[in-house]
Design a protein around this ligand. Structure first.
Ligand SMILES: NC(=O)C1=CN([C@@H]2O[C@H](COP(=O)(O)OP(=O)(O)OC[C@H]3O[C@@H](n4cnc5c(N)ncnc54)[C@H](OP(=O)(O)O)[C@@H]3O)[C@@H](O)[C@H]2O)C=CC1
Ligand SMILES: O=C(OP(=O)(O)O)[C@H](O)COP(=O)(O)O
Length: 357
């Protein structure tokens, strides 16, 4: 019997969670909670997605020509698992409603860590999420940092880390945010919230982070410096990251991909759903090793990076699978994680004039 899933909120993250639930035969989408009768509500109904609305707003939807499938409380009652993808800070209010229904919930990174029993990132603490009632998937930048740092910890041990984060100003749909012509310290002090947040998942991690916001909507970019417990070679590190499909290793010199805009164009041209890049986009020419010290730049597609982890965590919360690697394999093959790597490798060989067969 598939697990019945409700998604509360259908913005940047919620609509992508819906996509991934619809792809997965282990899950059945009961429906989506929608609060405004806008074009997104029309689109969902066109796609056959059941839309549930607040009781006191049902009239607005019906007057706009949108026939809801029911009220939101029914949606929560029907579900075995609820994804909260509400605007950051609203989840804590929603939690009181979820508690009445007694259903397990996946919260997002815009909520305070206290909202859930644990904060989560698959490569760091999958097993801690098994049979938990409330789990918070950390935010996009923190997810990108933790994927890398937890793998490095497992392989080499991490002494300390620094993350300098160049944040996108807004998501592409957000026409009400900025800055449009400035580089904003975010916050105007060190650390930024990212390092602190990373430690809610990996308390062993000695990390400092700093962040600025720049006028772009496509991706975040992170500069990471890590001091490892033992010396490494660049090829070894790339081989390790390559084994985990959630890293897209980009050879800028050979492919010409040296910016977030070219990365996003690659994903669109390759036919990725919504043009998404679920992987950490590691620019391999920036991977520099000095004995135990490693430096690199990685691009993080904020709209989609947390979607694999949101899918993985359902298997833990519901106790469906105890082996994180089997879960990762399943999620990655459903979403096509790793597929761009092959494309990039192929084009590299073409450029070198090699036969890639
Ligand atoms: N955007 C990003 O880059 C990332 C965001 N996150 C986190 O994910 C969460 C969602 O962010 P994002 O998708 O960007 O937000 P959006 O603003 O894009 O979407 C929010 C959605 O929540 C709905 N909503 C409004 N009120 C409520 C409510 N009371 N309860 C439930 N849903 C409600 C809105 O519905 P309606 O349209 O009908 O008003 C809308 O669909 C936040 O915690 C955020 O920090 C994490 C990683 C990356
Ligand atoms: O989780 C995100 O960023 P973060 O990891 O920098 O906190 C998302 O990009 C949301 O950021 P926003 O709070 O600027 O909308």
């Amino acid at each position: 019997m598939p697990v019945k899933v409700a998604v509360n909120g259908s913005g940047t993250i919620g609509k992508r969670i819906v996509d991934s639930v619809l792809l997965n035969k282990d899950f059945k989408l009961v429906g989506v909670a929608k609060y405004k009768p806008d074009y997104q509500a029309y689109l969902m109904i066109e796609k056959g997605i059941p839309v549930f609305v607040p009781r006191d707003r049902a009239g607005e939807f019906i007057n706009s020509g949108i026939e809801p499938s029911g009220y939101i409380d029914y949606l929560f009652e029907e579900a075995d698992l609820i994804y909260d993808a509400s605007p950051g800070g609203k989840g804590v209010l929603n939690k009181k409603i979820y508690e009445k229904h007694g259903k397990p919930v996946v919260f997002q990174g815009g909520e305070d860590p206290e909202i859930a029993e644990i904060s989560y990132s698959t490569f760091c603490n999958y097993s801690d999420a098994i049979n938990k009632k409330n789990v918070r998937v950390v935010s996009c930048n923190t997810t990108g940092m933790l994927r890398l740092l937890c793998i490095l910890e497992k392989e080499y041990g991490v002494k300390k880390a620094l993350a300098v984060i160049i944040r996108r100003a807004a998501d592409p749909k957000e026409d009400n945010r900025g800055p449009v012509n400035s580089i904003l310290l975010d916050p105007p002090e060190i650390p930024s919230h990212h390092g602190v947040d990373a430690r809610t998942v990996a308390p062993w991690l000695n990390i400092t982070s700093a962040a600025v916001v720049v006028p772009t909507t496509l991706m975040h970019m992170q500069f990471i410096e890590v001091e490892l417990k033992s010396p490494v070679k660049k090829d070894e590190v790339l081989e390790v990251l390559g084994r985990y499909r959630r890293f897209l290793l980009i050879d800028s010199a050979r492919t010409g991909i040296d910016s977030t805009s070219k990365l996003m164009e690659l994903a669109r041209d390759a036919g990725r759903m919504r043009g998404d890049i679920y992987e950490n986009s590691v620019f391999i020419d920036t991977v520099k090793i000095e004995d135990t010290r490693l430096y690199l730049f990685q691009g993080i597609h904020q709209e989609s990076i947390v979607i694999p982890e949101n899918m993985d965590v359902a298997y833990a919360i519901l106790g469906l699978e105890h082996d994180q690697y089997r879960v990762v394999e399943k999620t990655d093959s459903l979403l096509g994680v790793g597929s761009l790597e092959k494309l990039i490798k192929t084009s590299r060989h073409r450029l070198k004039g090699e036969n890639h067969e």
